[in-house]
Write a new protein. Structure first.
Length: 161
């Protein structure tokens, strides 16, 4: 794995997030917070979860501040989008610091006495893959509301580049 490949995956991640957020802009405020059975409580909850995962992983992997982003912090999509733009800048800044040899760096975390070792490139790919899972749940909810985000395949992203 090379930094250029990681950056391509994150360009895709940003592109797909923007498609989901664009479709989410079409829902009513009630739909934005409406509970569902497809994932994380509501469309807002799933979107915040995607953002919080990226925030948390980048804080861990690049030794930044710690904390959580909570669903209740966002009364509407506009506030969530603004916070996402901040994270996009942090993500890009972090990725811009990487050299190919950094990607094999191992990070260690501990949870409930269990130590886990994360190879940087694998953790970075995980963040994108995690977002893909939850974007698909958001897409199902949005489609149910009549606002499909359309196809979000990596191949489509590449063809649009």
């Amino acid at each position: 794995m090379k930094v250029a490949e990681i950056q391509l995956l994150y360009a895709y991640n940003d592109w797909a997030n923007r498609r989901i957020l664009g479709a989410a802009a079409q829902v009513t405020p009630a739909q934005f917070v409406q509970p569902n059975d497809l994932g994380l409580a509501s469309l807002r909850g799933a979107l915040v979860h995607i953002l919080d995962a990226e925030y948390g992983w980048f804080n861990f992997l690049f030794e930044r501040e710690r904390g959580w982003i909570k669903e209740e912090e966002f009364a509407d999509l506009a506030g969530l989008r603004a916070r996402w733009e901040q994270q996009n800048k942090v993500t890009q800044e972090c990725l811009d610091t990487l050299q190919d040899e950094d990607l094999v760096r191992v990070h260690t975390s501990e949870h409930e006495g269990q130590e886990t070792h994360w190879v940087l490139w694998q953790a970075l790919v995980h963040v994108v893959n995690h977002g893909t899972q939850h974007r698909s749940e958001c897409a199902a909810v949005l489609t149910g509301f009549g606002h499909s985000p359309g196809d979000m395949d990596f191949a489509l992203f590449l063809s649009e580049r």
